[in-house]
Design a protein around this ligand. Sequence first.
Ligand code: NAD
Ligand code: TYD
Length: 349
Amino acid sequence: MKNILVTGGAGFIGSHLVRLLVTTYPEYHIVNMDVLTYAGNLENLKDIEDKANYTFVKCDICDVKKVAKIFEEYTIDSVIHLAAESHVDRSIEDPFSFAQTNVMGTLTLLQSAKAYWNGNFSNKLFYHVSTDEVYGSLGEEGFFTEETAYDPHSPYSASKASSDHFVRAYADTYGLPIVISNCSNNYGSYQFPEKLIPLFINNIVNNKPLPIYGKGENVRDWLFVNDHVRAIDVIFHKGKIGDTYNIGGFNEWKNIDLIKVLIKTVDRLLGRKEGASDALITYVTDRAGHDVRYAIDSSKLKNELGWQPSLQFEEGIEKTVAWYLENQEWMENVTSGDYQNYYTNMYQT
Ligand code: NAD
Ligand code: TYD
């Protein structure tokens, strides 16, 4: 029996994690704490919302009093912390909200866990979910390992790096049992269409321009979201307290090559002629401070805990595109209202 507080469980990765935990471990109680920002959506969890071992609590991770009450009310013994502001472009526009949620929110959770567990750390765990972006940017060669020095460039990655440091500081200073994982770019169902893959799928479907930053030569290492949450499950149960694990798919793609695969897949699944949407490719001004290349070495996770990705990228992309095509109502719901203002502002259209 465990009482696990998952933060940010209504978001993209969080909803996949909550679903995995609720369905795999009926003996655990999963408490999903989320304030439901633009990125949080309870529709992502419709299929499991009535399960007996699942509870949703609307709460801001920065709300010191409310968070403390939740630890007590649900006798929380483990935290898996995902709640965050997560989009680099938004962090360039509004760095303060990233510092507030990602740094102060993480600190609030750390302090609440420390206070509630009150030195009794047996069978307790604070699992912090982080990103490979804290390591900065690679040239053409090399990989991020768990030993790579932090070198964040965007307000988003700076705020995540700072939160990682606070988590380690709580382990070193107060003995809090922690584990951290740093994962590469995720893709899959329920991802908010501000991130490259769902944004571009939606634009291809609607014959809208595909705004590629710079020359489209930046490289990202893509991992299917279901594989990320499988890795979190493995690390949560078998990871060494105090350790860090990198998670990645050994799956690097130049943006422009990835976009061509997306166009091909969407056109084929919609029954359009090959090449029908090629003209949507539009090069736009580069993102400020755009990291050139991310690539994760996840061999520690493979060698020590036996995790590896379950599928090849082409299969993952096919499943992902098919999901967005079958769930256009979900897409319409999340792109109504505020999204239109965001899009106009961001892409000046
Ligand atoms: P997301 O933006 O889809 O979801 C974030 C969730 O956090 C939303 O449900 C939102 O409502 C919630 N949230 C935001 N501020 C909150 C607050 N103050 N209090 C409570 N809840 C709040 O993000 P995601 O892509 O699912 O990422 C989840 C985590 O994984 C983040 O910590 C992110 O840094 C990390 N991560 C993401 C990726 C990726 O490719 N998406 C890769 C590596 C790591
Ligand atoms: P994104 O999904 O925002 O993830 P991250 O910046 O965290 O890696 O972007 C992935 C890559 O795609 C990144 O190199 C920026 C690029 N990109 C575009 O070229 N155009 C876009 O409209 C977006 C959102 C991203």
